[in-house]
Design a protein around this ligand. Structure first.
Ligand code: ADP
Ligand code: AMP
Length: 334
């Protein structure tokens, strides 16, 4: 099923020292040998780190860097050295992946914010960074509408007007989707939950497997900039990649001699497919979407606040600066 930033590469799990969470890293089968070499180098670096570590570092209790330096360095040396050999054949990578998928909880992230806040744009980058899929209920529903399925028929009108599709439909979609194989190490929710009822249903669903939401990344943007963002947005149907006539134009974009946009020049940078504008990306539908966001969606932040997992990002900054902040905030909560 549709997902943003989809990548056919295999995934390999590395243990993330600061969070204690298994973080998948994308790599192709062809790169296993390079990884092997890198792991062997890590082994050597581990030994070197042990050799030069000052004695006081050994007194501290953190298992990651300080108290465990000696052990970590030793383990890194051994694992790195032997791992270097086995990664060359791929055996250890597969075993390690299976182990983490079995014993560690999944990384379950939410990108949160008003329509046009930058969830889709930054979400694609998070996918590339973590190798877990971004599940956009909006994309899935649009796909259902385009395919003319039962769900699509029920959702079409309400979506075009900027209203919310029923909780029952979206919960059903997500419940199925997160069982898929590519969600084994985690996933990024985009556009879900949108109501408190959806959030509580999600929590219950996860609790049955001993899981919880691990991070809510909330993009704060001045509502006055949203209309320009939404009305200038162009999308690629297949990947969900979004562009903007002013802030993120596709390479192919051309204007006529009067400075008017040539719509036939709006093509996806990667595939060259024609871009489209969403039916609900209008000023009128945005107003309704924003009303719904403020009354029904924003209370979800208060729901997750006591868990200490909500991180705010200034989504009003230029794209690259937002990404820097996202990366910083991702490392802050496990
Ligand atoms: P959302 O998924 O939250 O609805 P998008 O990520 O699709 O929002 O962004 C909406 C529009 O705004 C897109 O056209 C995108 O290119 C543009 N955009 C996203 N982030 C920024 C930013 N920080 N500055 C300027 N434009 C942005
Ligand atoms: P989005 O792409 O996230 O802006 O979503 C587009 C539209 O799909 C929304 O305006 C809603 O009509 C519908 N939709 C997406 N996600 C949900 C959800 N979690 N609950 C209800 N409706 C949703």
């Amino acid at each position: 099923m549709f997902q943003r930033g989809q990548n056919s590469a295999t995934t390999f799990l590395k243990r993330c020292c600061s969070t204690g969470v298994a973080v998948p890293v994308q790599h192709s089968t062809a790169s296993r040998k390079q990884l092997g070499a890198a792991a062997a180098a890590a082994g050597a670096a581990g030994l070197a780190a042990w050799a030069v570590s000052p004695p006081h570092r050994l007194e501290r209790s953190s298992h990651c860097a300080d108290g465990g330096t000696l052990i970590s360095a030793g383990v890194a040396a051994v694992v790195g050295g032997f791992g270097g050999y086995y990664l060359g054949t791929g055996k250890t990578a597969d075993k390690t992946q299976t182990k983490y998928e079995t014993y560690w909880p999944r990384k379950i992230m939410m990108v949160f914010g008003a329509p046009g806040a930058g969830k889709g744009t930054q979400g694609v980058k998070i996918v590339e960074e973590l190798g877990i899929p971004q599940l956009s209920t909006g994309d899935m529903l649009r796909e259902a509408v385009a395919a003319g399925t039962d769900v699509g028929k029920r959702a079409k009108e309400v979506m075009a007007s900027g209203g919310l599709v029923s909780d029952e439909i979206v919960v059903g979609i997500i419940a199925d989707r997160i069982k898929a194989d590519d969600c084994k190490s985690g996933f990024i929710l985009d556009g879900f939950p949108r109501t408190l009822a959806q959030a509580k249903t999600l929590d219950d669903m996860l609790a049955k497997k001993g899981e919880v939401v691990s991070l809510v990344m909330a993009f704060d943007v001045d509502p006055r900039v949203l209309e320009e963002r939404i009305c200038g947005r162009w999308m690629d149907k297949t990947s969900g990649r979004s562009y903007h006539v002013k802030y993120a134009p596709p390479k192919s974009m051309k204007l006529d001699k009067d400075g008017k946009l040539l719509t036939e020049s709006m093509k996806d940078d990667v595939t060259g497919a024609l871009l489209y504008q969403r039916a609900d990306d209008t000023a009128a539908a945005l107003k309704k979407r924003l009303d719904g966001y403020n009354t029904q969606t924003v209370p979800i932040l208060d729901h997750y606040l006591p868990n200490g997992i909500v991180q705010h990002v200034d989504g009003g900054k230029p794209l690259d600066q937002v990404w820097v902040e996202v990366q910083t905030k991702m490392g802050r909560v496990s």
